[in-house]
Design a protein around this ligand. Structure first.
Ligand code: FES
Length: 170
């Protein structure tokens, strides 16, 4: 068994194929350029969070130092290093959102769910996270759930959004 085959075994064949497909857009000597997407695929594949094995697997697969992959995974709030709920609510608490009421939004969410930041509701539905600026300052205060941004939040609007999700299967 070659060294590369051994490295690949840390990741599933399906995951390796997805990363390889994505990386076709980069020159072979620039494999590391695909690290963000590779981590995204790995996280998606693993029910929403990254394990040490996955981080090492991505690093080996992309022939990067493992520490570099850890740096990426810990820098971006969209990567989770422990199990999360079905939906992750990332509330921006950076300056624009802070000035326009993010604190009230966080307090409302904590009260509604009975959890603190970085915790998951007992039914496994929601994880509450704090995020740095998500680039939607014009709609502050805002949060992100999955791929969607929700802006100009008020406690009432938050309830409407979450009540709508409860009754949907999306
Ligand atoms: S400060 Fe919240 S989106 Fe920029």
């Amino acid at each position: 068994m070659t060294e590369l085959t051994q490295q690949k075994q840390l990741l599933s064949p399906t995951l390796c194929a997805k990363i390889e497909e994505w990386n076709k857009r980069y020159p072979p000597e620039r494999k590391a350029s695909g690290v963000l997407q590779a981590l995204h695929y790995a996280q998606e594949d693993n029910g929403g969070f990254l394990t040490e094995e996955l981080l090492n697997g991505v690093a080996d697969f992309l022939e990067m130092p493992r520490t570099a992959v850890y740096e990426v995974a810990t820098f971006y709030t969209l990567y989770h290093l422990k199990p999360v709920g079905r939906r992750v609510i990332s509330v921006c608490t950076n300056i624009s959102c802070m000035l326009r009421g993010a604190e009230e939004i966080v307090a409302h969410l904590k009260k509604r769910f009975g959890i603190e930041l970085d915790e998951t509701t007992p039914d496994g539905q929601f994880t509450l996270c704090e995020a740095e600026c998500l680039g939607a300052c014009v709609g502050a205060p805002m949060f992100q759930i999955g791929k969607h941004y929700y802006e100009n939040l008020t406690p009432e609007k938050v309830d409407q959004i979450l009540d709508g999700m409860k009754t949907s299967h999306g």
